[in-house]
Structures are given as structure tokens and as C-alpha cells.
Ligand binder design. Sequence first.
Ligand code: 13P
Ligand code: SF4
Length: 400
Amino acid sequence: MNIKSYQPRKLSIPVTELEQASFCQLDDNLRSKTLEEEFKSGVKWQKVPNRYLKMSPEEIDFEINRMKSIIGSKLYILGHHYQREEVIKFADTTGDSFKLSLEASREKEAQFIVFCGVHFMAETADILTSKDQKVILPNMAAGCSMADMAPSEDVEDAWEFVSSVSDNYVPITYMNSTAAIKSLCGENGGLVCTSSNADKAFTKYLESDKKIFFFPDQHLGRNTALSLGINLDEIKVWNPFKLNGGLSEIEIKSAKVLVWQGHCSVHTRFNVDQIEMAKNDKNAKIIVHPECTNEVVSNSDYVGSTEYIIDVVSNSKSGSVWGIGTEINLVKRLASENPDKDIFCLDPIVCPCATMYRIHPAYLLWVLDGIGAGLVINQVEVDFETRINSKVALDRMLEL
Ligand code: 13P
Ligand code: SF4
């Protein structure tokens, strides 16, 4: 595209970002209510048949167990660590997004893979499984506000412009992005990464003097680049609401890393005041996810993916005190699995990820009932063309 004809797209704020605070509460009881009650939260839910609205948690539990035993080995349920307790207990495997994509790529037997997580994770599972396996997302409204901050067309335009200014850039996308962006990365020599392997992904290209254009999380991009010795002034932010990302050609040519201006609305709630309070009041060790701001990361003792957080905290000494900067369902689970430690969330307000939280157990039951009746409800299917290059980008990640 000619630079003179380039126009920024209309400003769009992801719906999920606006809805993020809908489940926030002061009470730390995260127990699921009936779907009918949860519908009052003010977020967009996918419509379900009425019979699921009033079912009690006990009835739902009983029915899910019954359907799981009827469907048997044809079914494989994957659960991300941020899922609520009443859902994750039904998962055959739990993990962070890297572990779950690995599990999906290794699962050969199951015909139905039900992904209790968010849309981009289900898309990834579809790309990594065979054509005969069907990947199902229980609630199609379970997106990711960060992924929504990088519409594929905007990323394609930005990539076209940046690569026309310097042919030394390689595109890397965080797993939290659409399949179309993963495909763009595969097609242009780049790859996908997660928070467990972003450092390896960056190193692969920086070592051969390449520059990186990273989508869509500016914080993971900045934290990773800084941890690898890149200076702050060599990292530039691409603002999708400004012409040419708000960057001059000189800035693009002199930067080593460009980061898309996206963020996670859950992890940007953490701040340095919370860390200081946890350190001063409780002498806590601080561990946070790399989607937090650099200020938070650099004031923490440990930083890493959800799987890493679980590993460090679970293997710490009895009696240790942990202030954690990640999603509340995982923090609560860690606290209940480690009663000999004092584990708490840095944020005093209880704010689950509003999109992960949309996987209510009634939705899980709904899709299982569908399978039992020979119906595939909510299949997530990536089209053939997008699949080819996004698989290239994912395979490059799996080879890291
Ligand atoms: P993990 O890669 O740690 O699973 O994180 C995924 C995610 O969405 C964090 O917000
Ligand atoms: Fe997306 Fe943040 Fe939720 Fe992860 S925690 S799924 S990045 S909104």
C-alpha cells in the first residue's frame, strides 16, 4: 500500500475490554451461580437453551459426569489454569497455553476436543489436530480482550508498511492472537510464542541480527526484549490508532523491537503500590506473569507463565508467603492446594478474566449433551488456507 493512501481504521475498543470489570467483586467467593443469575453480570453471553439456565451446580455436575462416561475415550477436555474450579475439575489435562497446545498436538485418539479456555486457544488446538478431530469451545463469547486489540487486517497493514521500510523485520505473535496473524507470521519467516518461550523466540532472531515486530501484547514484548539486553529506547510502540503506528521511518529503521500497543486488562491491574504493600505488610515474595507492566515485573522477585508460577510456588518452602500477580482463579487454586503457605493475589479486588469466566459449567454440559446427541455445537474451525501458514508458525514454536 502506498504510504500516502494509508488511512488509520476507525477506533474500535474491544467489547471484552469494556466488559472486563463485570465480574469484579469485593467478596472473594468465586463459586458458580446458576447461569440465569450469572447472566445478570452485564457481559455478552452466547444464547443457550432455557433448560440450562436454572440448573443447580449439583445437577450440572452430575450430568457432566454422566455425559463424560457415555462419550468415553472419544472425548478429551483441556482446561486452562484460569478456568473456574467448577469447570477445571472436569479437565483431562490442565496447563498454560503452551502446554495445552502441545497436548492438543499429541492427542490422536479423541474425536472431540473440548477446550475450556478462550477462542484463540481453541483455534490453535484446531490447527494442531487432525482434520477428523473436532475442537469445541463451550461458549463462543469466550474471546480475549488482548487478542481483540489486534484485528488481523490492521496487523496485515502494519506489517506491510514496516516491512516496506526495513526488510530486516520478522513478525512474532503471542499465542493470544487470531489464526490469521499466526498465518502472517508463518508466511513471513516468523513464529508464534507463549509466555513460556518468548525469550527463546526472540533470541532465535535477535542472534542473527533480525529486528522483531511483536503482536499484540506490548508488555510481554517489552519485558522479553529488556530481559535479553535490548535498551528501552530500541523498543518502539506501534499505536494502531495512529497513521503508520505513530512512528517515523527513522524510528522504525533504528528500533530493534516494535511492539503492538495491546495489553491484558487482567494483568495491567497490578501495580507497584500493591507490591510494596505485600512486601512491607507480609514480607511476601512477589511472582507475576510477564503480561504485567515492566514497572511491576522489575519490582517482582520472579516472573513467568502460569505453569512457571505454579511450579515455583508449589515447590517453595512450607510457611513461605507469596503475593501473586496473575488471574484470581489460579491464585485461589494455588492457595487451596498449598495450605501450608500464605498465598494471596496482589490485587485486593477479585477480578476474574471476564472471557475465561464465560465458560460456565452449564455451557460445558450443553456441548457434551450435543456430542451425546450426535451434534457438534460450537466447533472452532480454521479455514484451510489460514491453517497452512499458521501451522508453520506454531511448528516453529514447538521446535524452539
Ligand atoms: P499462559 O501462556 O501463561 O497460559 O497465559 C495465557 C494467558 O492468556 C495469560 O493471560
Ligand atoms: Fe486474554 Fe488477559 Fe484473559 Fe489472558 S487473562 S485470556 S490475555 S484477557
